[in-house]
Design a protein around this ligand. Structure first.
Ligand SMILES: *Cc1c(COP(=O)(O)O)cnc(C)c1O
Length: 390
């Protein structure tokens, strides 16, 4: 069996080869489609690669974020803060726990949560005796690592916990080490949706160095049930004895997905270097144009899950998007501010202001970049942009 590929140009695209297909087919012929050996193997591989002690797998990053919040004790009357510019899942996870959510503005050059705005808002809430966040969810936008050391210092000062939503950042490096080692956070979540850096179809993981958090993550992902002797409240001689000790969910990853994930992980280095080669080409190209691109620290490596440019105005973005679309080049938009979504507006809360996020939302455009994109294909995108004339 071989993989056929069409030649239309999208903003992102998964990469599946014959090895991936074989890995999945092998599981289909085995004794376990789910809850077999592949899930644990995948978790171990992720831990080894990112440098965390433990990794729990999930059927999506969204469910991993939900359980990460639960594991950190997020509940009613708590508030969770996250970046104004992210996928809605970064905020929804707090609402699932009946907590409130509020937003930190972005830094207009990194597109990440602004440490300056965060520290201003923390101080304001502290001075005015307003509720401080129990958890801050930092999003590594496009794979660009957040300034985790500064975030950690603030968390010590204001006593909040940290979740990294690293859905874009598998393979990114911060200060020389892989994102996911949880050096500056409690839990790091990755997504394996097909547009992300590797895929398991649908899937996610949560890594941590804390054995208690790890146990909670596992337990919440599987109905709140525990089975191992040391965790049981009642001792039993019967090997089939288990206990449901809390209310959990069926958020488990399947062995089919995990086998695909293991196979994909072996290609991660190649994916990240392909993405960086393409991103460098774009960076050079746009350095001569009236367009802003994302700033990545010299001490970091971005996985470049997506490549975003900021156009000079809303109308310029609209025109360029349509111009490229006519040439079969399909761009995208990541993301409108979460608080601007009708659902969030209908909650009738007042959110803290995020002027940078509002401005970003008018101008951001995600242009095509994915591992199997050839340099020839990329030149087609660049010459189309050249034809448009920026
Ligand atoms: C994709 C994404 C998610 C959700 O991932 P799923 O695996 O699709 O649930 C969460 N946060 C961010 C920033 C994402 O990009």
């Amino acid at each position: 069996m071989t993989v056929e590929r069409k030649n239309n140009i999208n903003y992102g695209k998964h990469f599946i080869d014959d090895e991936d297909i074989r890995a999945v087919v092998e599981v289909l012929g085995s004794d376990f489609l789910t809850q077999g050996p592949k899930v644990g193997e995948f978790e171990t591989r992720v831990s080894e690669i990112v440098g965390a002690t433990f990794t729990a797998s999930f059927n999506s990053a969204t469910s991993a974020l939900h359980c990460a919040c639960l594991a950190l004790g997020v509940e009613k009357n708590d508030v969770v803060w996250t970046s104004a510019i992210s996928f809605v899942a970064s905020a929804n996870c707090a609402l699932y726990c009946n907590a409130d959510v509020d937003f930190v503005d972005i830094d207009p050059s990194t597109f990440n949560l602004s440490i300056t705005d965060l520290s201003k808002k923390l101080k304001f809430c502290h001075d005015n005796k307003l509720k401080l966040p129990k958890v801050v969810i930092a999003v590594h936008m496009c794979g660009n690592p957040c300034d985790m050391r500064s975030l950690k210092l603030l968390s010590n000062e204001y006593n909040f916990r940290i979740i990294e939503d690293a859905s874009h950042a598998l393979g990114s490096k911060h200060l020389g080490e892989f994102v996911g080692n949880c050096k500056y956070s409690d839990i790091t979540v990755f997504s394996y949706h097909p547009v992300k850096n590797i895929t398991t179809g649908e899937g996610g993981t949560a890594s941590t160095n804390d054995p208690i958090l790890f146990k909670k993550l596992k337990q919440f992902s599987s109905h709140g049930i525990v089975k191992s002797q040391e965790d049981l409240r009642k001792k039993s001689e019967w090997s089939l004895y288990y206990e449901q000790q809390t209310l959990g969910f069926n958020y488990r990853m399947t062995d089919i997905s995990a086998a695909l994930g293991i196979s994909q992980l072996s290609k991660l280095d190649g994916f990240i270097s392909d993405r960086n080669v393409l991103a460098n080409e774009y960076n050079n190209f746009f350095s001569h144009k009236n367009v802003r691109v994302q700033t990545v620290s010299d001490f970091d490596i971005s996985a470049y899950h997506i490549y975003i440019v900021l156009l000079s105005s809303k109308s310029e973005r609209f025109k360029l998007f349509n111009f490229l679309k006519q040439k079969d080049i399909h761009c995208s938009f990541h993301y409108p501010p979460i608080y601007s979504q009708p659902y969030y507006r209908n909650l009738a809360k007042t959110y803290m202001p995020c002027p940078n996020a509002d401005e970003y939302a008018d101008r951001a455009l995600t242009i095509p970049l994915y591992p199997s994109m050839s340099l020839e294909l990329q030149s087609k995108v660049m010459s189309a942009i050249e034809d448009y004339g920026l």
